[in-house]
Design a protein around this ligand. Structure first.
Ligand SMILES: CC(C)(COP(=O)(O)OP(=O)(O)OC[C@H]1O[C@@H](n2cnc3c(N)ncnc32)[C@H](O)[C@@H]1OP(=O)(O)O)[C@@H](O)C(=O)NCCC(=O)NCCS
Length: 168
C-alpha cells in the first residue's frame, strides 16, 4: 500500500539517498542544478511515495525558475527506487504534483528528460527555451498547466533569484 504525502524536513536524507541511488554519480554537476543553487524547492510540491513500512520508494521536487521574465516550474528530480520501478509510482507522483501545481496557480512546467517517458503526462519539446549549457535541446520539454501557457515563451532559463520580473 503506497501513500503519497508531502516531503517533510525529516525526509531530507532519505530523499537525497534515493536520488543518489537512482542517478549517475555527479548528478549535482548537471546544468539544471545551477538553477537550484541557493533556491529552495517549492515545498508544497515536494512529494514522497511511502510504503506501509515507512520506506520512501519515490520522490519528486520542483524548483521555481524564470524563462525570460516569465515564471515556470522546473520539474525534477523525480526518482523511484529500482525495486519499485514499473509499479506506477512515477506516474502517480507526476500526476498528483502537476495537479497541485495547477491548483497553486502555476501556469507552466518544464524539465530536462526523456520525451518518451514524459510525453504521457503532456510534455513535449520546447523551442527557443535555453537551459544553461551543456543541455541537449531535444530533452528540454514543457507542459501547459493553463491553456497556451508556453505560447510565445522563449529565452534563457535563469535562477529564480537572478531575474527580476513579475509577468505571468
Ligand atoms: C523514470 C522513473 C521516475 C519512472 O518511475 P516508475 O515508477 O518506474 O514509472 P511508472 O511505473 O509510472 O511507469 C513505467 C513506464 O515508464 C517507462 N519508462 C521509465 N523510464 C523511461 C524512460 N527513461 N524513457 C521511456 N520510458 C520510460 C517504463 O518502460 C514503463 O513503461 P510501460 O508503462 O509501458 O511498462 C524511474 O524509472 C526512475 O527513477 N528512473 C531513474 C531516475 C530517472 O531517470 N529519473 C528521471 C530523470 S529524466
Amino acid at each position: 500500500m503506497i501513500q503519497l504525502r508531502k516531503e517533510t524536513p525529516a525526509d531530507l536524507w532519505a530523499v537525497e539517498a534515493l536520488f543518489d541511488l537512482c542517478f549517475a554519480p555527479g548528478r549535482t554537476a548537471l546544468s539544471s542544478y545551477r538553477l537550484r543553487e541557493d533556491v529552495p524547492p517549492v515545498a508544497a510540491l515536494s512529494t514522497v511515495a511511502e510504503d506501509e513500512t515507512g520506506t520512501i520508494g519515490g520522490a519528486i521536487r520542483y524548483w521555481p525558475v524564470r524563462v525570460g521574465a516569465h515564471p515556470a516550474l522546473l520539474l525534477g528530480p523525480i526518482a523511484v527506487h529500482p525495486t519499485r520501478q514499473g509499479e506506477g509510482l512515477g506516474a502517480a507522483l507526476m500526476r498528483d504534483s502537476l495537479a497541485r501545481a495547477a491548483e497553486l496557480g502555476w501556469h507552466r512546467v518544464m524539465l530536462v528528460g526523456d520525451a518518451p517517458y514524459y510525453a504521457r503526462f503532456g510534455f513535449d519539446k520546447l523551442t527557443g527555451v535555453e537551459m544553461p549549457p551543456p543541455t541537449n535541446p531535444e530533452r528540454v520539454l514543457g507542459h501547459n498547466l493553463t491553456e497556451g501557457a508556453w505560447r510565445g515563451i522563449r529565452g534563457e532559463v535563469t535562477r529564480w533569484g537572478d531575474t527580476p520580473g513579475h509577468e505571468a
